[in-house]
Design a protein around this ligand. Structure first.
Ligand code: ATP
Length: 458
């Protein structure tokens, strides 16, 4: 038997899946994620902690790939954006200046019958009351609940030692504006970008990782001259939509939604959400905001430092305005999983589960599979060689069909099978995850073959 046999019937009888993909059940995805080392509840052996998640061996690779792609597109490939990595806990005045201490809250209600708490603006999605046969809740009046997570710094626990875990990563960008601008010898227009953890004491964490209490954001604050903010808003909206399309999000799952005047903060000129169609509905994965000069003006006032720029042409000072793009890393990762998950019936009667992840972000790019354990040595050598440039997985246990299925399930775009013919012709069979098509490629060319495909990815 050579490596092509196990799926050759499927290919010859029409190629690819025969039945339409079934709609995604979130439970199936949650189970796959835990089983295959993508992500699981944090503190699982103690029953988990609501709103906190741990990423496993494949999840951390997927997340790193996603963040690396964002960093490449937003920072490395441009000369008008600088990166930084600020502290999670920063000076508490930062959060007074930004308005978070006073205003960063959601409206909360309690149910007098079942004692549970809900966000007053999301009651339509609230599960039935557990204490009333009718299922009807008996709600209190809404009151504001501040989402900032607090901690204390140093030995005492009093008002003076109070500090906050950042509620959004940009909290450390604005106070560093002048330092980064001068150190990097930038002048407006330019941006500062950062990826990092953010914390919100969400009233109802839910929908898997969609609403968590600890999550990661990738944010860009792009500083520009007053009067040019509209142009830069359009530019960044276009760039960010391109990014999501690169991840494989097509028109049927991606849309934009402009905020109405009643949703805009008083300083916000314009806001646009990029939404993804999750199995639980259209939801925001990224926000793009014209924040005017609010942030730098506030920090200038609270710190007493001059954060303005000198306009050489107009010979006067101005406070830069800001276009912000803020995307949730975990939410985008969840969108990738939802978008990629499929269960398919194959022509030979078998079924497969697969994750159609864009190759650029797939946690494993190539699996090297010797057809028999007797071929382990040359296959291991090939894997070790390719590992220097790509994430490569080696697997020699179980029949080849089952090994393909295991890779399909975690989104590995290609498998290279070393079979008995390889000993003679020095070639391997490369199998494509989505089409299941196979082709013979010289083992020495596999690295180049992979690179070509990764570079050609949309
Ligand atoms: P939502 O209305 O869903 O609470 P938001 O408008 O408060 O979101 P922003 O403050 O604009 O969100 O944050 C930017 C991005 O950070 C969001 O688009 C989302 O991807 C991510 N994000 C925000 N809150 C959470 C959370 N609790 N869990 C996971 N990701 C989040």
């Amino acid at each position: 038997m050579n490596s092509r046999d196990s799926e050759s019937n499927a290919m010859h009888s029409g190629g690819g899946p025969q039945a339409p993909a079934a709609p995604l059940r979130m439970e199936a995805l949650v189970s796959l994620c835990a089983r295959r080392g993508i992500l699981h509840p944090s503190g699982e052996i103690y029953g988990g902690l609501n709103g906190f998640w741990d990423y496993g061996p494949l999840g951390v690779e997927l997340k790193n790939e996603l963040k690396a792609l964002w960093w490449r597109r937003v920072v490395r490939e441009r000369d008008d954006v600088e990166g930084m990595d600020g502290a999670i806990i920063t000076h508490p005045r930062t959060w007074q200046a930004s308005g978070h201490v006073e205003h960063f809250s959601d409206p909360m209600v309690d149910c007098r019958a079942c004692q549970r708490r809900f966000r007053a603006d999301q009651l339509a999605d609230a599960p039935d009351c557990e204490a009333e046969a009718s299922g009807q809740h008996d709600f209190t009046e809404p009151r504001d609940f501040n989402l900032m997570l607090e901690t204390n710094i140093g030995a005492s626990r009093d008002a003076a030692s109070l500090a906050y875990l950042r509620a959004e990563t940009c909290g450390s960008i604005f106070p560093a504006f002048k330092r980064v601008r001068d150190a990097a010898r930038q002048r407006v227009p330019f941006g500062i970008a950062q990826i990092g953890k953010a914390f919100r004491n969400e009233i109802n964490p839910r929908n898997f990782t969609f609403r968590s209490r600890e999550f990661e954001q990738a944010e860009l604050e792009f500083f520009c001259r007053p009067g040019e903010t509209g142009k830069w808003f359009e530019h960044w909206l276009d760039q960010r939509l391109r990014f999501h399309r690169e991840l494989g999000f097509g028109e049927q799952v991606l849309r934009t939604r402009a905020h109405g005047p009643d949703e805009l903060a008083h300083y916000c000129g314009r806001a646009m959400d990029i939404e993804f169609r999750f199995p639980f509905g259209w939801q925001e994965i990224e926000g793009i905001h014209d924040r005017g000069s609010y942030d730098l003006s506030q920090h200038a006032e609270f710190s007493g430092k001059d954060l303005s720029e000198f306009d050489e042409q107009e010979k006067q000072r101005f406070v830069p305005e800001v276009v912000e793009t803020s995307v949730g890393v975990d939410r985008t990762l969840l969108a990738l999983l939802c978008n990629g998950y499929a269960e398919e019936a194959l022509p030979d009667g078998e079924r497969r589960t697969l994750l159609r992840l864009a190759p650029l972000v797939a946690p494993i790019k190539l699996a090297v599979l010797p057809l028999s354990k007797k071929l382990a040595e040359p296959a291991r050598r090939l894997a070790a060689d390719l590992r220097r440039s790509f994430q490569v997985f080696y697997d020699d246990s179980g029949n080849i069909g089952r090994r393909y299925r295991r890779q399909d399930e975690v989104g590995t775009p290609w498998c290279a099978t070393w079979d008995f013919d390889s000993q003679q012709d020095g070639a391997v069979t490369l199998r494509d995850r989505d089409s299941m098509k196979q082709e013979r490629v010289a083992a020495s060319r596999v690295g180049g073959w992979l690179r070509e495909r990764l570079e050609a990815a949309p």
